[in-house]
Ligand binder design. Structure first.
Ligand SMILES: Nc1ncnc2c1ncn2[C@@H]1O[C@H](COP(=O)(O)OP(=O)(O)O)[C@@H](O)[C@H]1O
Ligand SMILES: [Mg+2]
Length: 262
């Protein structure tokens, strides 16, 4: 399988928080579906933002590959964590999805082509939003907003789709529908799905990594309690049966960052 992303010895920090990620290495392949789990504050969002070029690494390398050869960049679609969305911003479903496309026309009136606008309608239909294209995003339910942003993330046919805590958009009615969409997208696109809910991740993905300052990679989803405990670094976790998959129950306890709500 051909590699599309290679991360080597990556360390990332912020001015007031210099050691968020330390010596992280990771390979992502075409059609991969990688789940990234880990406690809150462990550095999952920071890793995604570094891959997207939004945060500059302190040291280490990120390389991209297209058709097996090194490339300057690949096309990455991004579904941000819900707390990073400004729902009051006055923009319609149509325009949000459209904004996922690269501007092709040099016109101040409408910089997008007719074909691009038709493409928005096709994606809106695929996302079950065809009746809502004119609605402002502030008037959408969590699930509708999530599918609008997923539409924006995939409209430009990305090589890699990156989803940060998609279950933070809580809309139970559409959850299984959303995961079916992801399975469909994964037929042509590699996916990295970040979640602090191990149960959600395990039932969907092909491989797993746990990010908690460092990165522990697990090929396949057959993870053991031992592996989880080691990767979560002494956070009290408990695995209980949850359908066919184990489910993490994280007990609330004082003074531990991993128990903070997002
Ligand atoms: N812009 C920022 N400036 C300073 N510190 C940050 C910033 N973003 C995140 N952090 C800190 O980096 C650590 C990792 O955060 P984050 O990557 O959001 O973790 P996760 O997504 O796993 O919850 C946390 O301690 C957080 O407070
Ligand atoms: Mg996060």
């Amino acid at each position: 399988m051909s590699k599309i992303l290679e991360i080597k010895d990556l360390s990332v920090g912020y001015e007031d928080n210099p050691y968020v990620l330390k010596n992280v290495s990771l390979d992502v392949f075409k059609n991969d579906f990688l789940g990234i789990i880990g406690p809150n504050g462990g550095g999952k969002t920071t890793l995604l933002k570094t891959i997207l070029g939004l945060v500059k690494p302190v040291s280490g390398d990120i390389s991209f590959f297209g058709n097996g050869v090194k490339a300057d960049k690949i096309n990455i679609g991004y579904l941000p964590q819900i707390n990073q969305i400004d729902k009051k911003f006055p923009i319609s479903v149509f325009d949000v999805i459209l904004s996922g496309l690269t501007i092709k026309k040099n016109s101040i009136f409408s910089p997008y082509t007719k074909e691009q606008k038709e493409q928005v309608n096709i994606i809106a239909r695929q996302m079950g939003l065809d009746k809502l294209v004119d609605r402002p995003i502030g008037a959408l339910s969590g699930g509708q907003l999530q599918r609008t942003l997923l539409g924006r993330a995939i409209i430009d046919e990305p090589d890699l789709l990156v989803l940060d805590e998609p279950n933070s958009y809580v809309d139970k009615r559409f959850e299984s529908n959303f995961y079916k969409l992801l399975e469909e997208i994964n037929k042509s696109t590699a996916i990295i799905l970040v979640s602090h809910d191990v149960g959600t991740v395990i039932s969907l993905v092909k491989n797993i990594a746990c990010v908690n300052e460092g990165l522990h990679y697990h090929s396949g989803t057959n993870i053991s309690t031992d592996w989880l405990e080691k990767s979560y670094n002494s956070c009290p976790i408990e695995i209980v049966g949850h359908g066919d998959f184990p489910h993490r129950v994280l007990e609330k306890h004082e003074g531990c960052d991993c128990c903070k709500e997002d």
